[in-house]
Design a protein around this ligand. Structure first.
Ligand SMILES: *Cc1c(COP(=O)(O)O)cnc(C)c1O
Length: 417
């Protein structure tokens, strides 16, 4: 076994003891979500034949139809669209937005600049790419206030009669801000609906699923979207995304995914069905393992003298743990160190690269079974000040613990602290 410095091992052990009560809290969320998922499976009498998969048009694929019903129940929504045909989280979110917005309508993001990969989905008027703005959808955003809360004055001033969709990003993404809890999102919905009763509230739910006992669709949100290679895929779903919400809105999104008039009634599952069901079954537990790992990371790095967000004992509503470093060398050593604990590609040394959809070079540790799967232990960092690494995931808590050991050891070996 790799020799870890005694000092680093001691930090980890102390942090684990410190976090014990927090771990019990996480266990109780796992239990509630596990039973919620089982109850939804039972209500719809999920059986072996639902996993069979389908080919061609796949009319009447009962496994696919029941999967939508199970997801709708788990998320407390009227309807759901769960498909391997969504190529990524960005594609899923774009499908939801294009599904409900029409030329001349307004989209207003109230949680500041959205996640990097959405910038080109929003695009610019006349950019010729078929982006939202290229299609004549008007986009606006309200930056968050200094303290990370919603700037309601600006929001109120930017809502007009054509504002159709209010966008909320639950997770911090690549920003040094706090993520929004489901309770906070519920308060936002109430306020937004006072300002514009007929608007559609959309939540980018990426990384949030099963970190709390409720989902945004259970506090009045009209439409949510997320990726199956993040939380709800449980590490087993090989690809895909989901959209949940009000039935008419989900139907509109389905027309955008396939074609008007066809919607959710076709779409061969090509052998992905079992993994998506089983992944959903495992998701509450896998998310719990990852969240425990994130808590440990915060506690350990706080001990080592680094700034972390959220703090180890703060409430959690997503998987992401941001850790702040003093420069690119520490940042790169951390990410390369995380990779050293991977079962897959543990021999590979990640380097910064210009990743499609991102505006700065990004370095990523991703020793994963599913390419880019970020419910598995991974770490990303855009190479830009303030040199923050975002780590997330971990199908097993133990793997995260080793990732932290190898990361700290790599930094120590390079004399970076
Ligand atoms: C991951 C993520 C996305 C985009 O998902 P991809 O699968 O990377 O396209 C969008 N928003 C947030 C907050 C995310 O975390």
């Amino acid at each position: 076994m790799t020799a870890f410095s005694a000092e680093i091992v001691k930090w980890i052990e102390e942090a684990e003891r410190q976090a014990e009560a927090k771990f019990r809290e996480i266990d109780s969320i796992v239990d509630r979500n596990q039973w919620k998922v089982i109850e939804a499976f039972q209500k719809h009498q999920v059986s072996d034949y639902h996993f069979a998969g389908s080919t061609g048009y796949a009319y009447n694929d009962r496994g696919r139809e029941v999967l939508d019903l199970v997801y709708a129940d788990v998320f407390g929504a009227e309807a759901a669209l769960v498909r391997p045909h969504f190529a990524s989280g960005t594609h899923t979110i774009a499908t939801a937005l294009f599904g409900v917005l029409r030329p001349g309508d307004g989209l207003l993001y109230i949680t500041g600049r959205p996640y990097d990969t959405l910038h080109k989905v929003i695009g610019k008027p006349g950019d010729g790419t078929g982006s939202l703005q290229d299609f004549g959808i008007r986009y606006n955003e309200a930056a968050l206030l200094e303290d990370g809360t919603i700037d309601w004055e600006t929001v109120a001033s930017k809502i007009d009669e054509r504002t159709k969709v209010i966008g909320i990003q639950r997770s911090r993404g690549y920003d040094w801000r706090d993520s929004f809890t489901v309770a906070q999102i519920g308060e936002m919905v109430a306020r937004v609906k006072e300002l514009k009763p007929d608007c559609i509230v959309f939540v980018d739910n990426c990384y949030g699923e099963f970190t709390e006992e409720r989902e945004p669709t259970q506090v009045g949100v009209d439409l949510i979207a997320g990726s199956l290679i993040k939380n709800p895929g449980g590490g087993l779903a090989e690809t895909g995304g989901y959209i949940c919400g009000r039935a008419r809105l989900v139907e509109l999104a389905s027309y955008r995914l396939t074609a008007p008039g066809i919607g959710a009634e076709v779409g061969a599952m090509l052998g992905t069905t079992r993994g998506i069901y089983q992944g959903l079954f495992l998701a509450p537990t896998a998310v719990g393992q990852a969240v425990k790992g994130a808590v440990l990371a915060a506690a350990v790095f706080e001990r080592a003298g680094f700034d972390s967000r959220p703090r180890w004992d703060a409430p959690r509503t997503d998987l992401i743990q941001a850790i702040s470093f003093s420069g690119p060398e520490q940042l790169i050593a951390f990410v390369q160190g995380i990779q050293r604990a991977a079962a897959v590609d543990g021999h590979v040394v990640p380097e910064p690269w210009d990743m499609p959809g991102y505006e700065h070079p990004v370095i990523m540790a991703a020793g994963t079974f599913i390419q880019g799967g970020s419910l598995e232990l991974s770490a990303d960092a855009p190479i830009r000040a303030p040199y923050t690494a975002y780590m997330q995931g971990g199908l097993t808590y133990s793997h995260v613990k080793f990732g932290l050991l190898t990361a700290l050891q790599t930094m120590k070996d390079r004399k970076l602290f």
